[in-house]
Design a protein around this ligand. Sequence first.
Ligand code: OSB
Ligand code: MG
Length: 370
Amino acid sequence: MSRVTAVELRLVGIPLVRPFRTSFGEETEKVCILTRVETVDAHGWGECVAGPDPGFSEEFNEGAWLVIRNFLAPALFGAGDVAVEELDRVFSGVRGNPMAKAAVINAFLDAELRARGRSLASYLGADKDRVACGVSVGIQPTTGALLEQVDGYLAQGYRRIKLKIEPGRDVERVAAVREAYPAILLSVDANAAYSLDDVPVFRELDELGLLMVEQPLRYDDLVNHAKLQKRIRTDLCLDESIRSAEHAIAALDLGACRIINIKQGRVGGLLEGRRVHDISRARGAPVWCGGMLETGIGRAVNLALAALPGFTLPGDTSASSRYFHDDVTEPHVMEPDGTMAVPPGPGIGVEPRPDRLDACTIRAERFEKE
Ligand code: OSB
Ligand code: MG
């Protein structure tokens, strides 16, 4: 329980170590909003997982900025003393916009936990202090370039390789990686680039012993995913289609997927992310922690969530070095055994380095309670 006195937004930009290409676009720089919430007791940090354009979901940076400035921050200021569990109600006047809400809810929760000296992982109910890491490999210009990258990541210790695919760059490339590494945990992510007409492609992928096929069909389509799942052996995993705990229930009950990629930012923050975990666990569906190329702030949040007991598959929580030469926080480092430490300190357990924060800030704005 605390009272919010100020909300600060920062648009930050950090170059990626290499371009990241998916079926919906290419990024060479990570550009996102960092949120800082001040309460009468402490301050906390959050990160919005929206990007510069509405290519992954309807949300994007400039829109999220306005939603926070015009609606979420005023709602917080108006709420007075609140507990994090009440924020769903405080924000009930804003439909959707889970990424903007997550950025504020997580920052508020961070402040609450810092004030209490309690770590996020322990608050959430984590049962481990290290998590297993996988890595998501962008679409490469050639099969040779893809094999080279996979090689490098496996040498570093990553425990699961996820290949981005799109029509025309799928079966052949995945088969080449499978041939080079017959025993690794291997999955693919289509980011909604296929339709039910592509069942033959998924039948061929069925022969490659994949851990899962992530989000093959439209971002908002549960029904056709259920139809596809009936026609192939490999487990489907949903990412874009799961934007709340209710979507998770619908997807699992419909048979639209057997595995869920939990991105807390995509579902409205840590508490909703934990709900998706609880629902999936009760239904016996494995979950894993997705990523949105987060900075060290969002990565700390993901590491804490990924330490919950239902996260039984390696996630996309890769080391800072996989994304950035110079993160905003101290880098998150992966050990050669392919695991990363969950920050043990109060709240999210990390703080942006002031010099780095200044260097990567594109724009900042501060709102105070009147
Ligand atoms: O679909 O999981 C995705 C990155 C940006 C947007 C969407 C996705 C991804 C990733 C990268 O796959 C995961 C990561 O390493 O953060
Ligand atoms: Mg995905």
